[in-house]
Design a protein around this ligand. Structure first.
Ligand code: G4P
Length: 511
């Protein structure tokens, strides 16, 4: 039996709190995968890319990466598609949506810090979709918290079964390598840098206290269970040091061996299996061209079924008119290459002028519509005020464009003239102002809005009308003309929900 090409795909993301070591680990994974040849290239490339665009100054100032990209590498017949999620503390919808395009994730935690707030938030997004998680406890070359404490914290805070797959032989000053439970071998540090350079001690003698810990760990935690992992109920835990290269090849092997190949994707007509012959995919991200002079956009599509061939015509669910995809881009870490074919699980970049939107399904026959790509209720709402009132048209265009990209959400109040933007993290507002100026030449500022959050209203026309009669001042339309209730507080949402049982006040909107 030959394996279908899609079965060799592992599409995953790394989730972590800033500083836990995601960049370092990404670099080491790409190095081992042969996708880059020198450590430091991920950062260097990022810097070169950033220099190209004005609004990305924010990235430089804050030392963060706002944009996310895709890195593909191949090892031992497995194609790894690593989707980068922005790693800053401020949350953006981009991050959420990227996680809708992966089949599994690696969660990196700092051995000294354990589960941090951003890790938890990202984990919760994964849990919503039962995305299986492999845990990497990083920086064991430094002093960290006791392993048992870390394992129990993961188990308690995330309500997951944990299964240690390896164990550090000491930490910090006493660090003497990593014991792999599967082989019984210890990978040893070497030379002045104390890196892992390939030496494995097949018959190690463990210090007494480590031997004791290992015995306890193996007896005290559940055994690895592939089904439980794939359901998102259990996480295998690897200890290591991305900086010193410990545990990295074990991680790659774990993804190859345990992580699921492309999973069936939920659609309005039931799950679409990657085996389904028709080419289907969905757009999870749209990114403006780095060059502010050009209004080109790259839409990132995750392929869900069928074999995509260059030049193919696909119909976006929002449009009804087929689009021929002549120059799809496949993202290799080194370069961007024109893709001739792509398989389920692969990501392709589709250049376009704004026809493709986040959440669109693309398919050959236009019969499929994927679900589960939500908009999230904004946590920060601001009024946009123009300094030059003659620029209203430009502002409207800019807000529409930027909401299409998922940078912000935009709400047009039923009463009053100031448009309201909503975001889930402060950073998105900085990006908004900066891009309005750089790309649209619109000078605007933001002022507080009397609302705290927003909810999409779902219900019959009669129920909506009745509600609007009393709450007109708090009603708005989103970009797709869906009715939205602008709430003064979450208490307000609860109160209105109780008073209007015929309406649903939804915190997410599925496109
Ligand atoms: P992030 O992308 O998750 O934000 O983290 P990043 O990889 O940038 O790592 C954050 C800091 O932690 C970096 O140090 C990095 O070198 C260090 N680090 C990552 N992995 C390990 C590890 O396994 N062991 C140790 N000891 N340190 C690790 P920095 O000083 O902030 O940056 P740099 O000047 O070294 O680049």
């Amino acid at each position: 039996m030959t394996t279908a090409p899609w079965a060799t795909r592992r599409t995953f993301a790394i989730i972590s709190h800033p500083d836990a070591g995601k960049t370092t680990l990404t670099e080491k994974l790409l190095l081992q995968g042969g996708a880059i040849h020198l450590a430091g290239e991920v950062k260097a490339r990022g810097a070169a890319r950033r220099a190209r665009s004005d609004w990305m100054k924010i990235e430089q100032q804050r030392g963060i990466s706002v944009t996310s990209s895709v890195m593909t590498f191949e090892k031992d017949g497995i194609v790894f598609n690593l989707l980068d999620t922005p790693g800053h503390e401020d949350f953006s919808e981009d991050t959420y949506r990227t996680l809708t395009a992966v089949d599994s994730a690696i969660m990196v935690i700092d051995a000294a810090k354990g589960i941090e707030p951003q890790t938890l938030k990202l984990f919760e997004v994964c849990r919503l979709r039962s995305v299986p998680i492999i845990t990497f406890v990083n920086k064991v070359d430094r002093e960290g918290r006791p392993c048992f404490e870390i394992l129990d914290e993961v188990a308690d805070k995330l309500a997951l079964d944990v299964c240690p797959m390896s164990w550090p032989v000491g930490m910090g000053g006493t660090f003497e390598g990593i014991l792999d439970f599967a082989t019984g071998g210890v990978s040893r540090p070497e030379g002045d840098s104390r890196e892992f350079l390939g030496t494995i001690d097949a018959n190690p003698t463990l210090p007494a206290e480590v031997a004791e810990e290992v015995e306890l760990a193996q007896a005290g935690y559940p055994e690895f269970d592939l089904e439980a992992y794939r359901h998102g109920d259990l996480t295998p835990v690897y200890f290591g040091s991305a900086l010193k290269n410990f545990g990295v090849s074990e991680l790659i092997d774990a993804i190859a061996k345990f992580a699921p190949p492309p999973r069936p994707q939920p659609s309005e007509a039931g799950e679409i299996s990657p085996d389904n012959g028709e080419v289907t995919g969905f757009i999870f991200k749209v990114q403006a061209n780095m060059d502010p002079q050009h209004r080109d956009r790259i839409a990132f599509m995750r392929l869900c079924s069928g074999t995509f061939k260059r030049g193919m015509k696909l119909t976006p669910s929002g449009l009804g008119k087929p689009v021929a995809i002549h120059s799809p881009i496949l993202f290799f870490a080194q370069d961007r290459e024109i893709a001739d074919t792509a398989e389920p699980g692969d990501i392709i970049g589709i250049p376009n002028h704004g026809t493709l939107r986040v959440g669109d399904t693309l398919s050959e026959k236009n019969g499929v519509r994927f679900t589960g790509l939500p908009n999230f209720a904004p946590e920060i709402l601001r009024r946009v005020v123009l300094r030059d009132p003659t620029k209203t048209k430009q502002l409207r265009k800019a807000l529409d464009d930027l909401s299409e990209e998922g940078v912000i959400q935009v709400f047009y109040p039923e009463i009053g003239s100031n448009w309201v933007v909503g975001v889930v993290g402060q950073l998105q507002l900085d990006v908004l102002i900066s891009r309005l100026e750089a790309e649209y030449k619109v000078d605007a500022f933001l002022e507080p809005a009397p609302y705290d959050t927003a909810r999409w209203l779902i219900g019959s026309d009669t129920a909506l009308k009745a509600f609007a009669q009393f709450n007109g001042g708090n009603m708005a339309k989103d970009r797709d003309r869906n009715p939205v209730f602008m709430a003064r507080s979450s208490w307000d949402v609860g109160y209105q929900q109780e008073k209007n049982p015929d309406l649903t006040f939804s915190a997410t909107k599925e496109r």
